[in-house]
Design a protein around this ligand. Sequence first.
Ligand SMILES: NC(=O)c1ccc[n+]([C@@H]2O[C@H](COP(=O)([O-])OP(=O)(O)OC[C@H]3O[C@@H](n4cnc5c(N)ncnc54)[C@H](OP(=O)(O)O)[C@@H]3O)[C@@H](O)[C@H]2O)c1
Length: 289
Amino acid sequence: MDKRKILIQLDSDPHPSVFDRVVAIDACADELFSYGNVQPDQVRDLVHGAIFTRGPKNLKYTAIFIGGSDVAAGEKLLAEVRKHMLPQFGLRVSVLLDANGANTTAAAAVRAAARHLDLKSAKALVLGGTGPVGQRVTRLLAGQGAEVRVGSRQKSKADKVCELIQTAIPNARLTPVAGGTPEEVRTALQGCDLVIAAGAAGALLLPRYSRIPAPSLKVAIDLNAVPPVGIEGVEVMDKGVERDGFLTYGAIGVGDTKMKIHKAAIARLFESNDAILDAEEVYALAAGF
Ligand SMILES: NC(=O)c1ccc[n+]([C@@H]2O[C@H](COP(=O)([O-])OP(=O)(O)OC[C@H]3O[C@@H](n4cnc5c(N)ncnc54)[C@H](OP(=O)(O)O)[C@@H]3O)[C@@H](O)[C@H]2O)c1
């Protein structure tokens, strides 16, 4: 008889995310072990509990989900998890990193863009590109070959993010740009066929004024659902709606795909015991969504 599917949730926040817990159960986990405020030095024992209990053949029925609002903390937990598995003996379990929903949200946004544009030749502007979601969006677009302008209210922040991503993807075509004023955003948008706004909740990043004229713009995707939305004129429910001469996606329009990707990623964990799902792997899983 198959073992019950156990998902071990390692969350860097004091309370393990209720959102992630609900999705885990809806996705297919039979049992959910949730740990909050997880520190890197506590990971070894948690991983050992996962890998030393069921035997290599049954370890695909145990998996780890790493969440929490701090993506950098999540990345540290992932590094620790990897360190303490013993693949040489088949003693490992599959792992998904989706701290702050960054990987699944970025994958959904970039998949939306890919429905309409050939990303290899796309020119994209990512506003709020320094945040956890914006960085993942930039990384995925660059990995697909797009030319990406990374916008920030402080160009020095965009410089650092570009350096970081360039190290991970040496052939990335990235340009840091200032996007703090409507004039700066208007300049940054010139020649782009895609804009993705990944700014903080309730922050308007792209007012109408800044995109008139923007004749090259074909697709605009806004990830902020909290009014005022990030791109003026885009409605939160938009999913490929034509407005002002280009196609628009709003945060809930993208969120629908994000939920499908999130559930598919959890389901994938239980297919084998060797998957490590970070941004690129989650994006690959989302093909066809
Ligand atoms: N639809 C979905 O399914 C889904 C899922 C998860 C997240 N989200 C949304 O995705 C967006 C990005 O998430 P996140 O966690 O990466 O966001 P975040 O860290 O809160 O903010 C992203 C960036 O926005 C800029 N920013 C912050 N406050 C601002 C302000 N008052 N005015 C203008 N810009 C400001 C900052 O960049 P600079 O300082 O460099 O300018 C920051 O790095 C959020 O709106 C979030 O709610 C959507």
